[in-house]
Design a protein around this ligand. Sequence first.
Ligand SMILES: NC(=O)c1ccc[n+]([C@@H]2O[C@H](COP(=O)([O-])OP(=O)(O)OC[C@H]3O[C@@H](n4cnc5c(N)ncnc54)[C@H](OP(=O)(O)O)[C@@H]3O)[C@@H](O)[C@H]2O)c1
Length: 265
Amino acid sequence: MGVRLKDKVCLVTGSSRGIGKAIALTFAREGANVVVNYEKSRERAEQVVDEISKMSRRAIAVKADVSNKVEVDTMVNKALHEFGKIDVLVNNAGIAIMSPSILEATREDWERTLAVNLLGPYYCIQAVAPYMIKQRYGKIINISSNAALGTIGRTSGKAVAYTPAKAGLIILTKRLAFELGKYNINVNAIAPGITRTEIINIGRTPQEVEELLKEKARSTALGRVAEPQDMANVALFLASDESSFVTGQLIVVDGGRFDYLSHSQ
Ligand SMILES: NC(=O)c1ccc[n+]([C@@H]2O[C@H](COP(=O)([O-])OP(=O)(O)OC[C@H]3O[C@@H](n4cnc5c(N)ncnc54)[C@H](OP(=O)(O)O)[C@@H]3O)[C@@H](O)[C@H]2O)c1
């Protein structure tokens, strides 16, 4: 067990599985108590809580749809009631909805994607920041995506509303870093490259997933795709006091992605 987050209270949205789960477990291993948020996967969230309890840290599973302001406020109140404070907020919950093309994406696709991936982090920050301001301490980490970086090839996937939402989250990070810095609150973002989690299965057959992973590994300097732990390691740095003079930054954690076609010619 480490001590880099000793006795800190961390709320990780969407931590029933994938990257959020890896972050929750990593934080607990470093001494944190954790609020494990989920929307649908109650059993899996409870398993994460059990794993954390085995490390002699405290955790609670809280169901809340981050796109619902009332549910977010209730979740934050539960966390404060249980632990008395929140030191670290990780806005990790996210969804991808596939559409055949940008012109065929429906209004519902856009609304749901923006609601979960952009409004959700905003609601969570709005609910948590007043307590961080009061305690003059806080770390906010937003999980964006390297798909939001604006390179033509990278933004051409079928989750058409996803990249604008994730790009918005980067700008929100910078704006909030400016607004909250005077209260000793650091706000940073991580842009993961493709990471082996369930989100990449959406709208793809298992064979298509394997092909995608191979193609992405080939066009990555390190020659592999990411595991959730790769993101958790960087989130740990941003949550710890080792990053106390880092704010408003986007850390791209994609193993060195390059445009395969242009580099292979
Ligand atoms: N994997 C990648 O390649 C990749 C790349 C770039 C960025 N990202 C970003 O990384 C983050 C984590 O994704 P992941 O890859 O770990 O995906 P994942 O395995 O699909 O996990 C998504 C998590 O978000 C939760 N969630 C979804 N909608 C929610 C809502 N409305 N309210 C609360 N929780 C909700 C899910 O909870 P339930 O289990 O209860 O549904 C689950 O815990 C996302 O923001 C994603 O966009 C992922």
